[in-house]
Design a protein around this ligand. Sequence first.
Ligand SMILES: Cc1cc2nc3c(=O)[nH]c(=O)nc-3n(C[C@H](O)[C@H](O)[C@H](O)COP(=O)(O)O)c2cc1C
Length: 200
Amino acid sequence: MELTDVIAARRSIRKFKQEDISTDSVRVLLDAARLAPSGSNLQPARFIVAQSVASKEALGRCTPYKFIAKAAVIFVCCADLATITTRDARVGELLQEGAFEGVDMDMNDPSAVSPALDAEAVKAYLTMNVAIAIEHIVLKAVDLGLGSCWLGRFDRDKVRKFLALDENIYPVVLLPVGYPDQLPKARPRFPLDKYVLKTI
Ligand SMILES: Cc1cc2nc3c(=O)[nH]c(=O)nc-3n(C[C@H](O)[C@H](O)[C@H](O)COP(=O)(O)O)c2cc1C
């Protein structure tokens, strides 16, 4: 599908057909996430792939959205908070790869230095990066004829406990994916002039 068509066709899908998706499709979706950009190339996105009936039902008990148990797969989309400590290594790789070669930049500009972030700021920053990877999955899913729904409302502690997640793995969103069993109309959006504060 053309990217413009994928963007226009995407909807939040909250009803799925009882139909599995192939292992290859799951891999393609995860690879779309892997190719997402991230600040300093930290690549903080981590996924738990829930495909068994038992695991999907268990995740369904961690959220008001019981429909997720019927999805073919649920991606528990997480941020690895420890990746913030790997900034020097990742930037080193970028430098080695020539990412900034010949780039017009002023390294004496005060904002060239990475700021020290407190724990909440690290979480917010890494969550922003994970969101990009999630939306790559969401859009690629449409391209494969699949649907999904971002779910930010879930019991993080319950999910953490059920999955026995490491302390540094922060669950961001539950993303059920499967073949849509509904064709929702486009939801309201503000007109473009509301999005554009000013053109300068
Ligand atoms: C970060 C984020 C969190 C969301 N969390 C939920 C959620 O907890 N429950 C839900 O039903 N939909 C959730 N959604 C889906 C939105 O409700 C949906 O995107 C919005 O209503 C527009 O509809 P559309 O996606 O069909 O265009 C979330 C979307 C995003 C991007």
